[in-house]
Write a protein that binds this ligand. Structure first.
Ligand code: SF4
Length: 286
């Protein structure tokens, strides 16, 4: 039997798939899609839920990138900048065809600017079938492909599917199950297993690490993450991302208790110290 047809709605404002920034607050844009259609879409990947597309990013992979921000995440990071992306139905329901068409507009420019498509989130692998299909479309256009993932559902992708991804930007949030659960709500092991699998496949990886004073800056943890990253042999760079408060208003407007309300960003010395820890293991760190 053919899968149930999935209608694609144009939500009320903001209706545009393009956003100026992923820090735009977007909610309830997929609420009207019946639950059965959501399940079908997730199973066959013909439709996904996107917070937005942004263009011109120079911080989400090599060159200048178009970024597709998916909705849905299984983690609840205490410092999350985009808690509106936790709920899949906060995103706009988008067919693969529409998502590919959006990308097609930029394909020549992306090549000229040595960029490509990055699928981020939320957690893209919550919608792994949609992501695989969109990546295949990008590949067919000759566009460089990257995903930014926490790796927890890395086993949803086959080795062949990983072959259609040029770069994995892997978030390593903390070290050790206890701290990791405290920070994200989930255990650490699947992310590390995925990292090891990517290493065995010799897949290019950038590690992303968010530095939060008093939460992720324990020197022993940083040393452990550095040693682990260096041991993999496929980590091309480490990006240390200083915590910021651009997403604080989202927690407030969504009414979600936010424990980092008064947290200050790390100082320059703390960032330099973290970078030095990674570099001491021979890693390229920015
Ligand atoms: S994995 Fe990313 S999107 Fe999910 S809660 Fe953590 S920071 Fe937010």
């Amino acid at each position: 039997m053919e899968p149930a047809a999935v209608s694609e709605q144009q939500p009320s404002p903001p209706a545009s798939l393009e956003a100026k920034s992923p820090f735009d607050l977007r909610v309830h844009l997929g609420d009207d899609i019946p639950e059965t259609d959501v399940r079908t879409a997730l199973a066959n990947g013909d439709m996904g839920f996107l917070h937005s597309y942004t263009t011109g990013s120079t911080v989400d992979g090599p060159g200048v990138r178009v970024v597709a921000w998916t909705t849905g995440c299984m983690w609840r990071c205490m410092y999350c900048h985009n808690p509106d992306t936790w709920t899949m139905r906060n995103g706009i329901p988008v067919s693969v065809a529409r998502a590919a068409e959006q990308l097609r507009k930029y394909r020549h420019g992306l090549k000229v600017m040595s960029g490509g498509l990055t699928i981020s989130g939320g957690e893209p692998l919550m919608q792994d079938r949609f992501v695989v299909k969109l990546l295949a479309e990008a590949r067919a256009m000759g566009v460089h492909t990257a995903i930014e993932t926490n790796g927890y559902y890395g086993d949803r992708l086959t080795d062949a599917e990983l072959g259609s991804i040029d770069l994995v930007m892997l978030g390593i949030k903390s070290w050790g199950d206890e701290r990791h659960k405290h920070l994200t709500g989930r255990e650490h092991g699947p992310t590390l297993d995925f990292a090891r699998r990517l290493a065995a496949l010799k897949k290019a990886v950038w590690v992303r690490f968010v530095l939060v004073p008093g939460l992720t800056d324990d020197p022993a943890d940083l040393a452990s993450i550095s040693r682990f990253s260096a041991s993999l042999g496929n980590v091309e760079r480490v990006e240390v991302l200083p915590f910021h408060q651009l997403g604080r208003y989202k927690w407030q407007q969504l009414g979600i208790p936010y424990k980092l309300q008064d947290m200050e960003p790390p100082g320059a010395a703390a960032v330099e110290s973290a970078l030095a820890t990674f570099r001491a293991e021979g890693l390229t760190a920015y």
